[in-house]
Design a protein around this ligand. Structure first.
Ligand code: ADP
Length: 272
């Protein structure tokens, strides 16, 4: 009769409700794990430079400050430690914003070739120090106008290039190319002839704090957030990111961008 049917419906409803709640609790548990993991990683990342700074300051206070020859050196090292802390905190701030979706992209038309050249110039000292040459691999020499958030794309290009220098060999080369794809898109490729990345690590490279060689990378002084930030930015644009790498040969990181359309250009420079 109708009562049994109702009972059956009710039992099903309760079952479904319980299942939903279980899933909800599972999700919360995963989130909680994630949060704990994140905080653990953050404090770990901050500890190393903090102890470095503390060490130099204490040594100075213990008397090294009176030694004209060492005080400058120690202060410089302490200052470098503070720079590193600032760098990590900035990255943390950015990744937090990216993860809560608080990105606020400001798209505009700009020349991607000019932007890359700009990043080359900014990284000149860094690359010269390791005798790494940054080059364009381009057949043509014309501007390529894309439509994206310029500042954020500069961050993407910078992170890729900084990595290619950090994990590149002395006297190495990093090549950047921009190529037309179908459907009004371009692909930007950053190719190095550095140490390469072991296959098993590739799927996890874009996770925050993930590093192939913990000790080695640490001495290179990254935050382990660079690629996670890059992935967020590219995906927020609705674009794709790729990596290919071979041990002993090198790595290639690439991402797509949308070319500016007539209407974007018209908006950028209104005709009077
Ligand atoms: P990090 O601050 O450690 O550089 P990233 O998120 O930028 O953090 O990179 C994650 C890891 O990916 C690095 O620690 C490094 O092991 C590896 N990696 C990134 N780029 C390259 C590259 N061009 N060549 C070799 N390994 C790389």
């Amino acid at each position: 009769g109708p009562i049994t049917t109702d009972m059956k419906t009710l039992t099903e409803e309760i079952g479904k409700f319980a299942k939903d709640k279980r899933i909800e609790i599972d999700t919360l548990k995963i989130r909680e794990e994630y949060r704990k993991d994140f905080l653990g990683n953050v404090s770990h990342e901050l500890k190393t430079p903090l102890f470095t700074v503390q060490g130099y300051i204490e040594t100075l206070l213990d008397g090294a400050i009176d030694d004209k020859n060492v005080r400058r050196k120690y202060l410089q090292r302490a200052s470098k430690g503070v720079d590193r802390l600032i760098y990590i905190v900035k990255d943390l701030d950015l990744i937090t914003k990216l993860e809560v979706g608080d990105l606020n992209l400001k798209r505009e038309p700009f020349d991607i070739i000019e932007l890359i050249q700009n990043v080359f110039d900014l990284l000149e000292m860094k690359s010269a120090k390791k005798k790494i040459i940054l080059t364009f691999d381009m057949e043509y020499d014309e501007p390529i106008i894309v439509f994206a958030d310029k500042e954020k794309i500069q961050q993407v290009v910078t992170n890729f290039l900084v990595n290619s220098i950090k994990y590149g060999h002395t006297n190495g080369t990093t090549e950047v190319s921009v190529e037309n794809l179908i459907k009004n898109k371009v692909i930007v490729r950053v190719t190095d002839n550095g140490e390469g990345i072991p296959k098993q690590h590739i799927p996890r490279l874009f996770e925050r704090f993930y590093r192939v060689d913990k000790s080695g990378s640490r001495s290179e002084g990254g935050s382990g957030l660079g690629l996670a930030i890059v992935k967020h930015i590219v995906e927020a644009h609705g674009e794709k990111i790729y990596v290919e790498s071979e041990m002993g040969v090198g790595s290639e990181f690439s991402f797509t961008l949308e070319k500016a359309k007539e209407k974007h250009l018209a908006k950028a420079s209104p005709k009077i």
